[in-house]
Design a binder for this molecule. Sequence first.
Ligand SMILES: Cc1cc2nc3c(=O)[nH]c(=O)nc-3n(C[C@H](O)[C@H](O)[C@H](O)COP(=O)(O)OP(=O)(O)OC[C@H]3O[C@@H](n4cnc5c(N)ncnc54)[C@H](O)[C@@H]3O)c2cc1C
Length: 498
Amino acid sequence: MATINIIGSGYSGLSAACFAAKKGNTVHVFEKNASIGGRSRYFKEQEFLFDMGPSWYWMPDVFENFFGQFGKSPSDYYTLVKTDPAFQVFFSGSSPLKVPNELEGIYQLFESIEPGSAQQLKKFMKEGGLKYAIAMDQLIYKPALSWSEYATFNVVKGVFKTHIFKSMSSYVRSFFKDERLIALMEFPVLFLGAMPQQIPALYSLMNYAAFQMGTWYPMGGMYKVVEGMADLAKSLGVEIHTHTEVQKILTAHHKVQELATTRGIYRADATIATGDYHHIEQHLLDEEHRNYKESYWNERTMAPTSLIFYLGTTKKIDKLVHHNLFFDADFKQHAADIYKEPRWPEDPLFYVCAPSKTDPAVAPEGHENLFVLIPLAAGINDTPELRELYFDKIMTRMEKTCGHSIRDSIVVKRSYCVSDFEKDYNAYKGNAYGLANTLMQTAVLKPSMQNKHLKNLFYAGQLTVPGPGVPPALISGQIAAEQTQKYLKKTNQSVINA
Ligand SMILES: Cc1cc2nc3c(=O)[nH]c(=O)nc-3n(C[C@H](O)[C@H](O)[C@H](O)COP(=O)(O)OP(=O)(O)OC[C@H]3O[C@@H](n4cnc5c(N)ncnc54)[C@H](O)[C@@H]3O)c2cc1C
C-alpha cells in the first residue's frame, strides 16, 4: 500500500485526499492552521457565524460530480437552497437591479432595461452553454502538462467555438449596449480574474453557469461543504493533521522522501502540495528542485486580493438581499487601480454578503451577518489605518444607499487583508484568488501540476490548473490525485490496477 502526503486542507487538498484514499492508498493531510478548509474557514463570535472566504456556490454540477464519484451526493452532507433573488446590483442614480434566480425572469429583466436584449441574452446563453460543455468535457479536467493533450480533432474544433482569442470585454459589448447590463456580465471576471479586456471570452461560461444553474447556498454556510468533504475523507480512512506546518520537503534520488513538519517527519511514496505554489517551491524546496524562479512569479498577473470586513449588526438592513454588488462607482477606474497601476482605489466597487437573509443559523434573530469585500491589487500595502479609512468609505456609501445608519448597530467587527492572507495561508503577495485567468496564464501556461525534477511531487490548488474558485479547486485535487496514481502504477506501487 502506498502512502500519499498532502500539504494543505483547502478544497483541493480534501478533494485530492478523497480520490487518493479511494485508490487504496494511506493518506495523510497536513494543515498548518488549527482548522481545516483553507481560504474557506469560518469563525464564530457572539452567536454570529462567519464564512471567511467563498460565499457564491456556483456550478452545482461540479459538486454533484465530486460526491457522485464516491456514491454520495451533496445532500448527504448539506442542504442547498437557491438565494432569492440570485443577487442584486446597486448602480448610482437608479434603483437596484434584482437578478432573479431563474432564466425566464432574467430574460424579462434584461428586456426591461434594453429592448431586444432578451433575444441577445438567449444567443449569449446558447454560446455559453456550448463553451461550458466543451470546457467541462475537453479542457478543464486535463492535467495540462503538454499541448498534445489538446491536440485532438474535437478539442481543436471546440477551442475556436470558445472565443478564447476574443476578450470578454469586446464579446459582452457585441451583445449589449446598456452599461448596467455590461457591468452585470463583466463582474465575475473582475472579482475573480483580471480586466475584462484581458480575459478570454471563454469565461462567459461563468455567466452561463450562474444564470442557467443558479446561485445556491448551503444552509449553515459554505463551511458545510468543507465539513462534508472532510467527513467523506475520514470515512475513506484519510488522516487529517491540523496545527501541523510542513517546513521542508526532504528529497533524495530525484524523489520526495519525507516531509519535515512541526510535529515530526513523515515518509511518503508521493506528495501532493496544495498550499500556495509559490510558498511550496520557494520555501519548502531546495533551489535545484523548483520548477520556477522568483522572476517567473514576479512576472505573473495575480487575481485581486481583498479587504474584508466581517460585521455583526443588532438590526436588520432591509435594503440588502443575500448577495449585493455595490457598483455605484467607476468600474473601469477600479479595475485599473487593481491591474494597471496597483494602488488603493479612490472609490471602490464592493460586495456585501448577508447570509442571515437566508439562514437563521448565522446570526441571532433580528440581527444581520455581513461580509463586506473590496477587491484590491495583490501585494498592496496593508495597514490598520488604511483598513479603517476604507471601512468608513464603504459604510458611508452603504448607509446612504440603505437609507439609515448601520455603524451604530455593529457589535462584531473584524477585518482581513493582505497581511492576514500571507500569515494564515503563506499566500504569495497576500493573494486571495491565485492567478488571473488571462490567456497567457491558461492551461499549459499555468504553473505546472508536476514537479519537473522530483517525479513523485505533484501540485494542486488555485495557482495551478484549472484555476481559482471552489469548483476548480475540487477538480484540481481530482486531477492531481489521478496523476499521482498514474505515477504509482508506473512504479508498481499501486494496490489498485487503475
Ligand atoms: C475572500 C475570498 C472569497 C472567495 N469567494 C469565492 C466564491 O464566492 N466562490 C468561489 O467559487 N470561490 C471563491 N473564492 C476562491 C476559493 O475560495 C479558492 O479558490 C479555493 O478555496 C482555494 O482552495 P485551495 O485548496 O486551492 O487553497 P487553500 O484554500 O488556500 O488551501 C491551501 C491550504 O494549505 C495550507 N498550507 C499552506 N502552507 C502550508 C504548509 N507549509 N504546511 C501545511 N499547510 C499549509 C493553508 O493553510 C491552506 O489551508 C474566494 C476566495 C477568497 C479568499
